[in-house]
Design a protein. Structure first.
Length: 170
C-alpha cells in the first residue's frame, strides 16, 4: 500500500484517468480518405500551384500537353476511350480548354471545369465516367444526369457526347 496515496490513486498519477478503449475501436479501421483519394487531392494541389506559376494567360497548349500525357499513362481500354473523348470534345466544343483536374483530363471554360473523364482504373470501378460539373448547362427540369458510365464508345455514344458537350457550353 505504500504506492497508494490516501485518495486511492497511484503515487505519481496526475489525478485524471483515461477512458478505457473499447474492443470495437481497436478492431475498427480508421475511416477517411483512401490512398487514391489522397493522391487525387495532392495532384489537384500541384495543378493549382502550377497554374499560379504560369499565370492567368497560360497557353492552351500547356493544358493540352498535360492532358495528353495523363491519357498516355492510362491502361487500355481507358486510354483509347480517353483519346477518343479528347478528340470529340476538342472538335465539338473548341472553346473548352483542356487541363488536369484532380489528376484527370478535364475541359474548362473561363477557367471553370465543365466536363472531365475519370478512368475506371483510377478508383478501381467497373466503368469509366464522363462527368459534368455544376457549371455545365445541362439543366432539364428538377432532375438531370451529371455523370455517364462508359464501357465503350460507339458511334451512338459519340453522337450523344457531342450533343451533351455542346449543350453544356451553350
Amino acid at each position: 500500500m505504500s504506492e497508494k496515496k490516501a485518495s486511492g490513486k497511484l503515487a505519481g498519477a496526475t489525478g485524471t484517468q483515461k477512458p478505457a478503449k473499447s474492443a470495437t475501436a481497436i478492431d475498427k479501421k480508421a475511416e477517411g480518405f483512401t490512398s487514391v483519394e489522397r493522391a487525387a487531392m495532392k495532384a489537384r494541389a500541384q495543378e493549382v500551384k502550377a497554374a499560379a506559376r504560369r499565370g492567368p494567360r497560360a497557353d492552351k497548349t500547356d493544358g493540352d500537353s498535360a492532358v495528353l500525357a495523363k491519357i498516355a499513362e492510362m491502361p487500355e481500354p481507358d486510354r483509347a476511350m480517353a483519346e477518343r473523348l479528347h478528340a470529340i470534345i476538342k472538335a465539338g466544343a473548341p472553346a473548352l480548354s483542356p487541363r488536369l483536374w484532380y489528376g484527370m483530363p478535364a475541359y474548362a471554360q473561363d477557367d471553370k471545369v465543365v466536363c472531365f473523364f475519370q478512368s475506371a482504373q483510377k478508383f478501381k470501378t467497373r466503368y469509366a465516367t464522363l462527368g459534368f460539373s455544376d457549371v455545365a448547362n445541362l439543366d432539364d427540369g428538377a432532375l438531370w444526369p451529371t455523370a455517364f458510365a462508359l464501357k465503350a464508345l460507339t458511334a451512338a455514344e459519340e453522337a450523344r457526347i457531342v450533343a451533351l458537350v455542346k449543350k453544356a457550353v451553350s
